[in-house]
Structure formats: structure tokens, C-alpha cells
Design a protein around this ligand. Structure first.
Ligand SMILES: [Zn+2]
Length: 161
């Protein structure tokens, strides 16, 4: 085998390898593209389901009759909303601020009125920070409020019929 032939064969091998690599790269790129298409659709599905859930929850809050499966999940949402509000209030307190009872925006703890919605705000941040026992009592209070809310919405839907 002459030197020329060796280089010729080497050249063939190199070009075959290069072709295989570029085919692999093309395949990889195609997989990546398809993957991002799948993920984009997943996000859209998530968004639509979220919208659907928000709509169902709003109707539940407005007193619409629902089966137990749906109303059970709506209960969960209410519980989490109340816990979130409580933690936000606690967070505001830790930061020397308070939360507007009407719109939920964070305000200076001494603010008498909300600068966002104009609602009057009680000047209570200082007392609560001092008395830890009161804070614990407050934590257990919301459950009753939830039950009251449901009782009200049930009454409303009953009178509508
Ligand atoms: Zn407000």
C-alpha cells in the first residue's frame, strides 16, 4: 500500500466521521427543538388549567353549587389563601411594616390609611409584636371564619333557588 493510498483512506475515514458527527448534531438539535416545543405546550396547558381553576374557584366563592370533589379543592385554595395572608402579615410585622386589610399591600406600620386603596388601617402593629400569646390565638381563629364564609355562601345559593 503506497503512502498516497493510506492518506486517501484516512481522508475517507475522516470525512465519514465528520458526516456522522454532523448527522448526530442535526439529530441532537432536532431533539432539542422538539423538546422545547413539548415544554412550550406543557406551559400553555398549565396556564390554561390555572385559568380554569381560578374561574371555578371564583364561581365557588360567588356561591355556585358544586360537587364535593370541586368544592373540596376550593376549600384547599381558601385554606392556603388564608395561610398566605397570615404569613404575609407576619412577614410585614417582621419588617416593621403592616398589610392593608383591604387590598393586601404592604404599608408603613404607622400608616393610618392605605396609600394604595385609601382604606383606613388600624394602628396595631406595635401591640401585636409584643404579645406573642395573642398571635397564637389569632392563628387558630381563621378556621371559624372559613366556616362562616361557607355558611354564608350556602345560604346565598339556597335563597337564590
Ligand atoms: Zn389598601
Amino acid at each position: 500500500m503506497g503512502t498516497d493510498r493510506i492518506f486517501e483512506e484516512l481522508g475517507d475515514t475522516i470525512s465519514r466521521t465528520a458526516k456522522a458527527i454532523s448527522e448526530k448534531a442535526d439529530g441532537f438539535l432536532e431533539i432539542q427543538k422538539m423538546n422545547s416545543k413539548v415544554n412550550a405546550q406543557k406551559r400553555q396547558i398549565g396556564k390554561s388549567l390555572e385559568k380554569l381553576g381560578a374561574l371555578v374557584y371564583q364561581r365557588y366563592v360567588d356561591g355556585e353549587q358544586m360537587d364535593l370533589e370541586l368544592s373540596g379543592i376550593c376549600d384547599e385554595v381558601t385554606q392556603h389563601k388564608m395561610a398566605k395572608a397570615e404569613y404575609e402579615e407576619e412577614l410585614a410585622r417582621l419588617q416593621g411594616k403592616k398589610v392593608c386589610p383591604a387590598c393586601g399591600k404592604t404599608l408603613h406600620k404607622d400608616a393610618a390609611y392605605c396609600s394604595y386603596c385609601g382604606a383606613p388601617c388600624e394602628k396595631e402593629a406595635d401591640e401585636e409584636a409584643e404579645e406573642t400569646e395573642e398571635v397564637f390565638e389569632e392563628v387558630s381563629a381563621p378556621e371559624e371564619e372559613v366556616q362562616d364564609m361557607y355558611a354564608e355562601s350556602k345560604e346565598e345559593s339556597e335563597t337564590e333557588e
